[in-house]
Design a protein. Structure first.
Length: 417
């Protein structure tokens, strides 16, 4: 137990997938003795209904089994309907059920200084606290000193710069960019950005941004709560009709903001042509990134081979003090990686592939080369060798990867308050 975080009362706004699993994470660590959760609405008919939801999970099983193994007894007790509180694995947890606007949540009365917003609704750090539809800054006006968003920031006014008191971090990549003297709003990025950052950073360190000519990724992603169980008529103004189709029996093409968020976490990516795509599939959790990079060979250096790429990942994983990057030579399927603690990315080394080819580039078609220089050349074609590398990285987009790393971010912020 850390004394620094133990003094802080933690607030969690939202009690969906991430909010609920964040509570599981923190009662397991027991770093906070008091946690206040804002649901923002009535749930069921009584507090016991909230406890019922809290103790059971269709993906991860029962809370007491998750915490203490198959012979454990239930860990939720001392339900108090009057003040909406209960004890969860020894931690006092209080539920607020009245206000949805962050500015109206009375964090100050409950001594909450640190809030994790898991709703996915309040992501624009530029909106004022009193915005009529609610804003992330509303938590600050309501008494919180720091707010962590469990999703990437989304600035609606595209020309508006990121505020000076807001920062995006991924644990194990750039968490040190958080400055407690300056930053009050922290984005923990997304599950996909987290995995992607841990996949691409070792290759940037090994080969340099100048040699990575282009990169692309596709995430084969489990379903999320924003998707429909059955086909549904789209709301007025919606243009993506696929998001209203049933996730139970469809592969659905969609978008991802991982490319934009990655550039905030790893600035070197701004110089690399990068594209990111997403495909949703009918599983409850467990996702996969397929990363494809074009790397220019160095004639005087070691060739970019399958063995060399895997060696980069194996070495990085072995040296990772937090265990965020895993390297596996097993033949995994998605269920095998569900729940793996703090595994930002699990590299499927068995499936790493490379192929080297010689490109023919006509310098006459390259802008900026003086004509007299071209005229003096016997051959205007250059033929660099480029290797295309394909790397597969698994991640549990709920508990195993994202929530555990969100928990580490939360604890690290609390320790500096």
């Amino acid at each position: 137990m850390n004394n620094g975080s133990n003094r802080i009362h933690l607030g969690i706004n939202g009690f969906g997938r991430i909010g609920k699993l964040a509570l599981w994470h923190h009662v397991a660590r027991n770093d906070f003795t008091d946690i206040t959760i804002n649901i923002g609405r009535q749930a069921g008919t009584r507090l016991e209904d909230i406890a019922h939801y809290l103790q059971r999970d269709s993906t991860y099983g029962a809370l007491h089994t998750f915490l203490h193994g198959c012979h454990a007894q239930p860990v939720v007790e001392a339900l108090n309907e009057a003040d909406g509180s209960m004890r969860v694995n020894g931690v006092t947890v209080r539920f607020l059920r009245n206000q949805r606007n962050p500015a109206a949540i009375d964090w100050r009365t409950h001594n909450v200084r640190l809030v994790v917003d898991t709703t996915g609704r309040f992501l624009d750090p530029t909106l004022p606290a009193d915005h009529d539809k609610g804003a992330l800054r509303g938590h600050l006006a309501a008494g919180a000193e720091r707010v962590i968003a469990s999703a990437p920031f989304k600035i609606k006014a595209k020309a508006t710069p990121m505020p000076e008191d807001a920062v995006t971090t991924v644990m194990g990549i750039n968490e040190s960019q958080y400055d407690p003297r300056r930053h009050r709003l922290i984005s923990n990025a997304s599950c996909t950005t987290t995995c992607l950052a841990h996949m691409i950073k070792p290759l940037l360190d090994a080969y340099g941004a100048q040699r990575i000519l282009s990169a692309s990724m596709a995430t084969v992603h489990a379903a999320t709560g924003s998707q429909q169980v059955l086909d549904r008529l789209p709301q007025a103004g919606k243009t993506d009709l696929r998001k209203n189709r049933s996730i139970m029996n469809n592969i659905i093409l969609t978008t991802t903001g991982a490319a934009a968020a990655l550039a905030l976490v790893i600035p070197e990516m701004k110089s690399i042509g990068f594209i990111a795509e997403s495909v949703r599939i009918p599983t409850s959790t467990g996702s996969l990134i397929i990363l494809v990079l074009s790397i220019q060979e160095n004639p005087d250096g070691r060739a970019v081979t399958r063995e060399a790429v895997n060696a980069v990942y194996a070495r990085t994983a072995a040296d990772d003090p937090h265990g965020y990057l895993h390297f596996s030579q097993q033949q995994n399927v998605s269920v095998d990686i569900i729940g793996t603690p703090r595994a930002a990315a699990i590299i499927e080394g068995h499936e790493t592939h490379t192929r080297t080819a010689e490109l023919a580039i006509d310098l006459k078609k390259v802008p900026g080369i003086p004509a007299d220089v071209l005229d003096a050349m016997p051959d205007t074609y250059v033929r660099p060798q480029v290797t295309q590398a394909v790397v597969y990285g698994w991640y549990d987009n709920e508990m195993g990867s994202y929530v555990h790393m969100l928990g580490d971010r939360t604890i690290s912020v609390a320790e500096q308050m």
